[in-house]
Design a protein around this ligand. Sequence first.
Ligand code: HEC
Length: 153
Amino acid sequence: MKRVLSLASVVLSFAFAVSLAAQATPTPAGQAPTAGMIIATDADYAVHMKEIGQLNGVLNKSIKAGTADEATKAATRLEVLFKNVHGYWNTKKVEDATTAAQTAVTSLQAVQKALAANDMTAAETARATLAGTCMTCHTAHREKLPEGGFRIK
Ligand code: HEC
């Protein structure tokens, strides 16, 4: 009986140690950014850009296909992400990048307004302005790494 009990306690304490270890694990990278989140690390920044890249594709396709609901959803989320990106560059006082991020935000607001008015032509025009900001900022501040991927410069 004593043996059984001590075995049980070993199993229990092991389970406890495992659960502690699980709790100590830092928040996994790739967690969805929230509105107003402060981008504190390069990893946070990359998570934003990866989602931006994916949603930019969705926005492009859905405006061209005329699916306003899907386009509005993508534009709304992109606005949240670019506001965080804007905050990052603004804090670093990098003027051209701050301006590019601000233009992205205002373009996305124009996209949403055009979609609400069911004006797909205006939505496409504003989307093209948004696309211009990607190029501008990447040329100045994105560096391609030899091992693949990108970093901030
Ligand atoms: C204000 C500057 C800025 C703007 C505007 C911007 N980006 Fe970026 N982007 C960066 C920087 C810097 C990197 C490199 C760092 C990184 O990859 O996290 C990057 C990286 C990326 C990556 C690679 C992510 C990775 O690490 O794999 C994608 C995809 C991307 N951007 C998409 C876009 C798209 C699409 C737009 C426009 C709708 C856009 N970005 C607008 C600065 C910007």
